[in-house]
Design a protein around this ligand. Sequence first.
Ligand SMILES: Cc1cc2nc3c(=O)[nH]c(=O)nc-3n(C[C@H](O)[C@H](O)[C@H](O)COP(=O)(O)O)c2cc1C
Length: 204
Amino acid sequence: MTRLLHIASSPRYAHSHSRTLTQEFIDKWSLYHPEATVILRDLTLNPVPYLDDTWITAKFTAPDQYTPELTGAIELSDQLVDEFLAADCYVISAPMYNFTIPAVLKSYIDYIVRPRRTFAVENGAFKGLVTGKKLLFITARGSDFRPGSAFAPSDFQEPYLRTVFGFIGFTEIQFINANGLRTDLRDQSLAEARSTIQALASHW
Ligand SMILES: Cc1cc2nc3c(=O)[nH]c(=O)nc-3n(C[C@H](O)[C@H](O)[C@H](O)COP(=O)(O)O)c2cc1C
């Protein structure tokens, strides 16, 4: 059975473009995958705490050396990694905040990028361990960051996400970016995003 993990990061709900577009994608995709299970990891409802000293010590300690304190510190991270690795495909919805991702999504990424679990070091080189899985991002931006636009070089969202998820092994990463949602481009952008969603849902 296919497991799709939906990771949502907008603190808005009914008014959130990234959540609305993502739900539309999942509803359409589910029609083609009636057997699939969709799991929602809502980072607004259940935010992941920031890292602390004990957590970082645990991250770089082999599990057979854990003290009870280190086991407790890394427990939530282990659960999130287990949930992440159990999925077959991923849809991550994200607003653009200050040219990049919301802090809740960054915290989540800090929890799931883990040595031995999602990446390894082999002969001095990093190797991603999450392979053969599809990943789709649906983002919402107030301004226009499309290639060629004045803001395009300031897009630290898509390049960052491609880099960090590439680091843990993903090679099949797609983006649907709804740009200019606080400009005159809004209606055109939403229509284009919906048309891409419609087309992608049938063969993703
Ligand atoms: C704290 C904050 C920071 C934002 N920073 C940016 C930004 O850097 N670039 C941009 O284009 N839009 C920015 N916006 C606008 C949001 O990206 C836009 O409203 C988007 O639709 C939010 O996603 P959502 O509709 O899924 O909540 C920002 C909004 C907030 C609340």
